[in-house]
Design a protein around this ligand. Structure first.
Ligand SMILES: *[C@@H]1O[C@H](CO)[C@@H](O)[C@H](O)[C@H]1NC(C)=O
Ligand SMILES: *[C@@H]1O[C@H](CO)[C@@H](O)[C@H](O)[C@H]1NC(C)=O
Ligand SMILES: *[C@@H]1O[C@H](CO)[C@@H](O)[C@H](O)[C@H]1NC(C)=O
Length: 337
């Protein structure tokens, strides 16, 4: 076996190196910050030591625990993300989450047995960039203090049992890119302050609530990218949301009580999705809509009249995008008399 004898001297140092490396790795120091670890263990206890958090073992580095991320050396490996998703978790959001001062991303999602209100201690998390509490049984109001989380970019409180009105303080957040409050039981008007966001204009998802009243006039000044106000009790003139100078891509106002003359509306040249079904919109469909790059269009169940303009994308949609109006005619409906 002369070959075997030849390879051994090469492999031996290699094995030795590997062994030393693994030994060193197993002895490497715990990166987890001691305060963070204590807080996390209290969070685990407060949630009744769920199986979902079984990896949260005090003997190990918390930066390796399930549902967590630590930042790099620049933040001394402090905990920056806590993401509890789809586990058997019961109870309320523990107040200790407010004691993870470097947290940038906090998620409690798809936890039907998570109850109580939105934890007030979240107000302490001044580094928070993304707050996502969705598909839970959280109830109570959308708290005013969210307007003090100055670094917030994404706010998702959808699919909960939240009640009360939308706090106007949300417009104070300068970096907000998206607000999703859809699928709750929110009442009252869209705040007037939403016409004066202090920074970027965020995408607004407010669908499936019980919001009422008109769209505030102030919103007409803003160039939104996406708006979903569908399935509420909003009324009056929503035409101010449109305008030929805007770059809006997505507008869903379906299933409300909006009442305005569609003939007088000018549309953004970027409009890709327009859903107006189930309102009280009257007038006719402007020819200018043939210029929009529509991928989805639905004006059914309104009070529209007149010829459906031919051209553009308007004949791409079947009759159900147009049916149940007062007297619309022309393809894809029956031709006008
Ligand atoms: C929620 O709680 C109920 C009643 O205690 C229990 O039967 C169910 O398994 C729990 N569900 C989850 C996802 O934890
Ligand atoms: C959570 O919400 C679901 C659906 O809304 C409901 O059936 C269930 O009873 C709620 N659970 C608790 C613990 O409140
Ligand atoms: C338009 O909306 C109505 C009402 O929801 C629905 O029945 C119809 O299928 C929709 N049609 C299209 C093309 O979206």
């Amino acid at each position: 076996m002369p070959n075997m004898m030849n390879t051994k001297p090469v492999l031996l140092p290699l094995f030795l190196f590997l062994f030393l490396f693994l030994f060193a790795a197993s002895q490497s120091k715990d990166l987890c910050n001691k305060d963070d670890k204590n807080v996390l263990l209290r969070i685990k206890k407060s949630l009744n030591n769920p199986y979902h958090l079984a990896s949260w073992d005090p003997q190990t580095d918390c930066c390796s625990w399930y549902c967590l991320e630590c930042g790099g050396a620049d933040v001394n490996h402090r905990v920056t993300e806590l993401t509890i998703f789809s586990g058997q978790i019961s109870g309320q959001i523990p107040p200790e989450v407010g004691d993870l001062p470097f947290l940038q991303n906090l998620v409690f999602r798809k936890l039907t047995n998570l109850t109580g209100t939105i934890q007030p201690a979240i107000a302490k998390l001044q580094n928070l960039r993304s707050l996502r509490l969705s598909w839970t049984n959280l109830s109570g109001p959308v708290p005013d203090f969210l307007g003090r989380l100055k670094n917030l970019e994404f706010l998702d409180l959808s699919f909960n049992d939240l009640t009360g009105s939308i706090p106007s303080s949300l417009s104070l957040l300068p970096n907000l890119m998206s607000i999703d409050l859809s699928r709750n039981k929110l009442t009252g008007p869209i705040p007037d302050s939403f016409g004066s966001f202090h920074g970027k204009v965020p995408d607004l998802y407010l669908s499936h609530n019980q919001l009422s009243g008109p769209v505030p006039k102030s919103l007409g000044n803003l160039d939104f990218n996406r708006i979903d106000f569908s399935r509420n009790k909003l009324e009056g003139d929503a035409s101010l949301l449109f305008g030929s100078q805007k770059t809006t891509w997505y507008i869903d106002l379906s299933r409300n009580m909006f009442q305005f003359d569609l003939s007088k509306v000018t549309f953004p040249k970027t409009l890709g999705v327009l859903d107006l079904n189930h309102n009280k919109i009257f007038g006719s469909i402007p020819v200018q809509l043939t210029e929009a790059p529509l991928q989805f269009f639905n004006v059914s169940y309104n009070m529209l009249c007149g010829n459906i303009p031919a051209g553009g994308a308007l004949q791409k949609f079947d009759y159900s995008a147009y049916f149940h109006n007062k007297c619309l005619c022309g393809a894809p409906l029956a031709s006008c008399k």
